[in-house]
Write a protein that binds this ligand. Structure first.
Ligand SMILES: [Zn+2]
Length: 397
């Protein structure tokens, strides 16, 4: 295995990757795996090639085996041609991450986290999650014969609980401030020998790189102008941006798309800091949004997302719950049922287009992080109608 380092995103402090260090011991900002500047895609005629085998060059610090997968990645990039016409956008795509093993993008980073944990000798993994990450970590722990510890919000909806419990994790509902739980879990992990694969730990960010790699291949390396990412903790958007940078350094693409951080107005700490031109985020008071999957009032990678946007030339947008539901309806008209958080990018795009911040001849990729069946209580927001008839009167429709 190649020697690889972790660097602090805040102060550049260096650590070796053969340790479980997610935040900088000096300044507290997130650590990140060093940029991989060389590498090739391993093309294979074998339909059974797994995601990490394909991009092995970009993960030189892991031993990758054929069987180490639940089939994550290789998700479709769907052309939204009806919406292109409706919104007057040249090229519009959805990267549909709901087609992962536990129906969200989290599986990419969970796999990397578990492989890293195993390589360091851990037998237990954990996570602090509002939704998608909990079932993902529980599922991968089962696959890799590890014990899992999952901490969820006390008010988690019942419909979300059973899809986690089916994988038989040690699950704890926690009363109290959810933002603080993230930091407490890192301490708990050290004491109890649990490797926490939280939202923005270095290996989870590494998993998100593969979303960018796949997009590059799917558009034949003609890089889109904008990538719009629903943003909560900030790990996914960081990983996607890193993926594009690595492919550019490796000479696989010529430029890097502008990254747009999309949040819900009811919980938009990164957007707020961005528009106020601050370098640090502040805790968002009284968060409330239908996009529960991105409801994090104090994103642990918030400051780094602000730094990343500055480097990238990207920006932020925030949208109301009504706009999110409207976007979900529009997505359904394209035949795609995505969870509310995954419709935030479309809602943001509509707003940005109307405000003249996105040009009509652009190529845009929306990141759809998880599927609609993850949050069925959203049906309450709709008036869904059906007809009832007798078999005899079926010709009268
Ligand atoms: Zn630091």
């Amino acid at each position: 295995m190649m020697e690889v380092n972790l660097y602090c995103t805040g102060c550049n402090h260096k650590e070796n990757i053969n340790k479980n260090i997610s935040r900088c011991p000096k300044c507290g900002e997130p650590m990140e795996v060093e940029l991989k500047t060389k590498g090739k895609i391993k093309y294979s005629k074998n339909i059974g090639q797994n995601l990490l085998e394909k991009y092995q060059n970009f993960f030189p610090y892991l031993d990758i085996k054929k069987e180490d997968t639940l089939g994550e990645g290789f998700t479709p990039l769907v052309k939204l041609d009806n919406l292109e016409k409706k919104l007057d956008i040249k090229n519009l795509y959805l990267k549909n991450e709901s087609q992962n093993p536990t129906w969200s993008f989290k599986d990419r980073g969970t796999l990397l986290g578990i492989l890293h944990a195993k390589s360091l000798g851990y037998k237990k993994v954990g996570t602090v999650s509002t939704g998608n990450m909990a079932p993902s970590v529980a599922a991968y722990a089962s696959k890799f014969n590890m014990k899992s510890y999952v901490f969820v919000k006390d008010n988690i909806a019942e419909e979300k609980l059973n899809p986690i419990l089916i994988y038989n994790p040690n699950l704890y509902k926690v009363k109290g401030d959810y933002g603080s739980l993230y930091y407490k879990s890192l301490k708990l992990g050290k004491e109890k020998d649990i490797y926490f694969i939280n939202s923005d730990v270095p290996l989870r960010v590494e998993g998100s790189k593969t979303i960018a790699y796949e997009i590059c291949e799917q558009v034949d390396f003609k890089v889109p102008d904008y990538i719009i990412v629903p943003t909560s903790a900030g790990g996914n958007i960081r990983g996607i941006e890193k993926g594009f940078r690595e492919f550019k350094e490796a000479g696989l693409i010529d430029n890097i798309p502008k990254i747009i951080c999309a949040q819900s107005e009811g919980c938009s700490p990164i957007h707020k800091a961005y528009v106020q031109n601050r370098e640090e985020i502040e805790r968002f008071k009284n968060p409330y949004t239908i996009a529960h999957a991105i409801e994090n009032p104090l994103p642990p990678s918030g400051n780094q997302v602000l730094r990343m946007l500055k480097r990238n030339g990207g920006f932020t947008e925030a949208v109301k719950d009504e706009e999110i539901i409207n976007a979900q309806k529009m997505m359904a008209e394209e035949g795609l049922f995505m969870q509310p958080a995954s419709c935030v990018p479309l809602a943001a795009l509509i707003k940005l287009k109307n405000n003249g911040k996105i040009e009509k001849d652009s190529t845009i990729v929306l990141i759809g992080t998880g599927g609609g069946l993850k949050y069925t209580s959203v049906f309450d927001k709709y008036e869904l109608k059906y007809n009832q008839i007798d078999l005899e009167s079926i010709n009268n429709i």
